[in-house]
Design a protein around this ligand. Structure first.
Ligand SMILES: [Zn+2]
Length: 380
C-alpha cells in the first residue's frame, strides 16, 4: 500500500482525459436525468398515453384472481415506471457502461452491469410502488390533510432508510468484509474515537474494484452500528496518510451532524412540497386518477428544482466544514492535498467546472477550491 508515489501530483494525461470524460458524463446525465425524464412525463400525460396505461393495468387486473383496486394501481405504477426506465435505458447504458469502459474506469462485465440494473429496478419498485400508492390513498381519503400524513410517512421512511440502507441494500451490490490490515483499522478507529465519534463498530472493506476504478469511502449508521466503509480501490491505490484524511473527512460529517441535518432538511421540506404540489395538482385533476401520476411528478419536480440550488449550496458548505475538520484533526496539508489530487485523477473529475454548473449541480466544492483551501491552511 505504501509503495504508491507520495505526495501525489497531477498527471497530464489524466487531466486531459478528465476534461473530456466529465463533460460527456455531465451531458449524458443531464439528458437522461432531466431532459428525457421531463419529456416522457409531459408526453405520457398530455397525449393521454398514461390514461391508456391505467385502462390497460385494470384490464390486466381483471385476469387476475384478486380483484383489488389498489393492485390495479400497483400494476399501473409498474407499467408507468417501467416505461420511463426502458426509455432511459440506452442513455444509462451509454453513461454507466460504455463511457466508464471507454475511459478505463471500469472492468465490470456486461452481465454484472445488467444484474445491478435489475436489482436497482426491483429496489426502486419495492420502495416506489408503496410510496406512490400511499400518496394516492391519502389523497383520496384525506382531501385536506393528505400532505401532512404523507409527509410524516415520508419522514419516517427517510429516517429508517438512512439508518438501514447500508446494511440492507449496499451488500446487494458489493461484497463486504472487515479490513485485514488491523493496524490501519485501529488507527482509523482511533482517529474517530479521539474526535467525538464513540464506538465505531467495524471498518469494512468494500470490494468495488470489479465494478469501478473510482475510489470512495463513507461512514454510515448511528448508535451501535457505526461503520466506516472503504473501497478496496482506495486501500490499494492511496497512501496511508491519504486514506486517513479521506476517513477524517467522513468523520467530520458525522461529528458535524451532517447526516441528521440533511434528514431534517429533506424531511421538513417535503411538507410544503406535498402541500403545494397537491394544491396545484387538485386544480387540474384529482387523486382518483392514477393516470395523473406524471402530472404529480412534473409539479413536484418543478418545485424541487426551485429549491435544489439552495440545498446544493448548503451541501457544499457542509463539505467545506468536513474538509476543515480534516485539516484541524490530521493537521497534514501535504496529505490532504495529495489525496484530493489523486482522487481527482483516479475519478477523472473536473477540477474547475463552469460556475453556473457548479451552482446548479455540484454537491461538493470543485477540487481546485478544496486544494487551495488546504494549501492556505498552512499559512494560517
Ligand atoms: Zn463529504
Amino acid at each position: 500500500m505504501s509503495e504508491v508515489e507520495y505526495p501525489y501530483n497531477f498527471d497530464k494525461e489524466k487531466r486531459k482525459k478528465a476534461r473530456l470524460y466529465s463533460k460527456q458524463k455531465f451531458y449524458t446525465g443531464f439528458v437522461q436525468g432531466t431532459i428525457l425524464t421531463l419529456s416522457i412525463l409531459i408526453i405520457l400525460y398530455f397525449s393521454g398515453l398514461s390514461e391508456v396505461m391505467e385502462i390497460l393495468a385494470f384490464d390486466v387486473l381483471s385476469y387476475l384472481p384478486v380483484n383489488n383496486y389498489w393492485i390495479g394501481g400497483a400494476i399501473f405504477v409498474l407499467f408507468f415506471t417501467g416505461v420511463i426506465y426502458l426509455i432511459g435505458l440506452p442513455v444509462s447504458y451509454y453513461s454507466g457502461f460504455v463511457l466508464e469502459h471507454k475511459y478505463g474506469l471500469s472492468n465490470q462485465s456486461k452481465g454484472d452491469w445488467i444484474k445491478d440494473q435489475v436489482k436497482a429496478f426491483l429496489i426502486m419498485q419495492m420502495l416506489g410502488i408503496p410510496l406512490i400508492l400511499g400518496i394516492f390513498y391519502l389523497g383520496q381519503n384525506y382531501t385536506e390533510l393528505w400532505w401532512l400524513y404523507a409527509g410524516i410517512v415520508y419522514f419516517v421512511i427517510l429516517v429508517v432508510l438512512s439508518n438501514t440502507s447500508h446494511l440492507i441494500f449496499f451488500p446487494l451490490f458489493y461484497k463486504l468484509n472487515e479490513i485485514e490490515d488491523e493496524e490501519l483499522s485501529r488507527k482509523l478507529t482511533d482517529i474517530a474515537e479521539s474526535n467525538g465519534v464513540d464506538k465505531v463498530e467495524k471498518v469494512m472493506e468494500v470490494k468495488a474494484g470489479k465494478k469501478t476504478k473510482k475510489a470512495n469511502a463513507g461512514f454510515a449508521g448511528m448508535g451501535k452500528t457505526k461503520r466506516i466503509f472503504l473501497f478496496d480501490t482506495l486501500l490499494e491505490n492511496f497512501h496511508e496518510k491519504e486514506i486517513e484524511t479521506v476517513v477524517a473527512h467522513e468523520m467530520g460529517h458525522y461529528v458535524n451532524k451532517d447526516i441528521v441535518r440533511f434528514i431534517l432538511i429533506q424531511g421538513l421540506l417535503i411538507f410544503p412540497m406535498f402541500y403545494l404540489t397537491g394544491a396545484i395538482f387538485n386544480t387540474f385533476t384529482s387523486f382518483e386518477n392514477f393516470y395523473a401520476l406524471p402530472l404529480f411528478m412534473l409539479i413536484i419536480y418543478g418545485l424541487y428544482s426551485l429549491v435544489d440550488p439552495l440545498i446544493l449550496a448548503y451541501s457544499r458548505s457542509r463539505e467545506r466544514k468536513a474538509d476543515d475538520f480534516v485539516l484541524s484533526v490530521i493537521d497534514d496539508t501535504t496529505a490532504a492535498v495529495s489525496a484530493f489530487k489523486r482522487l481527482s485523477d483516479i475519478d477523472l473529475a473536473e477540477l474547475n467546472p463552469n460556475r453556473v454548473i457548479e451552482l446548479l449541480f455540484y454537491s461538493h466544492p470543485p477540487p481546485t477550491q478544496r486544494i487551495k483551501k488546504a494549501e492556505r491552511y498552512d499559512n494560517e
